[in-house]
Design a protein around this ligand. Sequence first.
Ligand code: UDP
Length: 323
Amino acid sequence: MHYLVIGGAGYIGSHMVKLLIGEGHGVTIVDDLSSGHADALLGGELIVHDFSDRAFLDRLFSSVKFDGVFHFASQILVGESVTNPAKYYRANTFATLTLLEAMRDHKIDYFVFSSTAAVYGEPEYTPIDENHRKVPVNPYGASKYMVEMMLADFHRAHGLKYVALRYFNAAGADPQSRLGERHEPETHLIPLALKAVLGKKPPLKLFGRDYDTPDGTCIRDYIHVDDLSSAHLLAMQYLYAGGESTAFNLGNGAGYSVQQVIDVVGKVTGRPVPVEYAPRREGDPARLVADASKAKKVLGWQPVLTGLETIVQHAWNWEAASQ
Ligand code: UDP
C-alpha cells in the first residue's frame, strides 16, 4: 500500500510513519514543518507544503494514487483556541474540508482522522464511551467535531470510508528513543515534568489540588503513542475489510491523577520533580477516562505499552537523550 500521512513530521504522525515503514508500506508525508521536524522522519518521502493548498493537492493526487490518507496535522492548544478561534476553525476544520474535497474529486476513499476526547466536552459519566453526548466546550474540540460531522456527510454523499480516532492523553515515545514529543510551546504534563527534573524548564505548575478525586488532582487516561499508531493501521485495514465508517475512543481505560504521574516521574528519573502548586487551569474536567472497548472489540486493538511507568520511562529516555 502507498499511504499519505499529513502532519507526519509531528509527534504522533512521526510514530505512525515509523510503523507504516516497518510494515513495508510506501509512505509520502506532507507537512509544512510549522510544528513538525524533518529529522523526526525515519523514512518515507517528505513534501514540505501546506496541505490545504488545493492546487498542490490536485498535482499530488494526479501524480500518485494513494491507497489511503492518515491526517494528523492540526492546531492543538485548547487555551489558544479560546482566544483565537479563527486559527482553529481555519487550520483544523476548513483546511480539512479542502482536503476532503480534493480526495473526493480524485477518488481517494480511505481516511483515518486524528480526533480527540475534547469532542465530548464536560464528561457526564466516566469511563466515556463513543455514545457520550458531544458538546465541545472549546473551539479546539468544536473544530475537530465539525470535521467528524463532515466525514459522516461525505460518507453518505460520496462513499468516503473513514474512521475518526478520539485520542485521550497521548504520551510516551519510541521505545528506542529515536522519536519523542517536541512541542513548542510544550504544555503537556509528562514532558513538562521531565523538563523540570532536568532543569530545562521551571518547576512544574500543578494545576489544582481541590478536584473531586481521591488526591484532589485531575485524572487522565495516558495512552502510549505507539499504541495510538497501531490503532490507526488497524483502522485503515478495518475499512479495507469493509468495516463501517465510525469513530473510536483510544485510551487505556485506566485513570492516573496528576499527583500519581508526578510520583511516577520521580520514581523513573530517580529525582524529585520540582513542583509549584497553582490554581486550576480553566476548562480542565476533573476526570477523563476512555471506555475503549469498541476499538478493542471491533478493530482487535490491544494496547501493549499500557503501564504508566513504561510510558514515562520511554518519554524520559527520549527527553534525557535530547538534551
Ligand atoms: N497539568 C498540570 N501542569 C502542567 C500541565 C498539565 O498540572 O503544566 C495537568 C492538567 O491540568 C491536566 C493534566 O495535567 O489535569 C494533563 O494535562 P495535559 O495538558 O498534559 O493534557 P490534557 O488533559 O489537557 O489534554
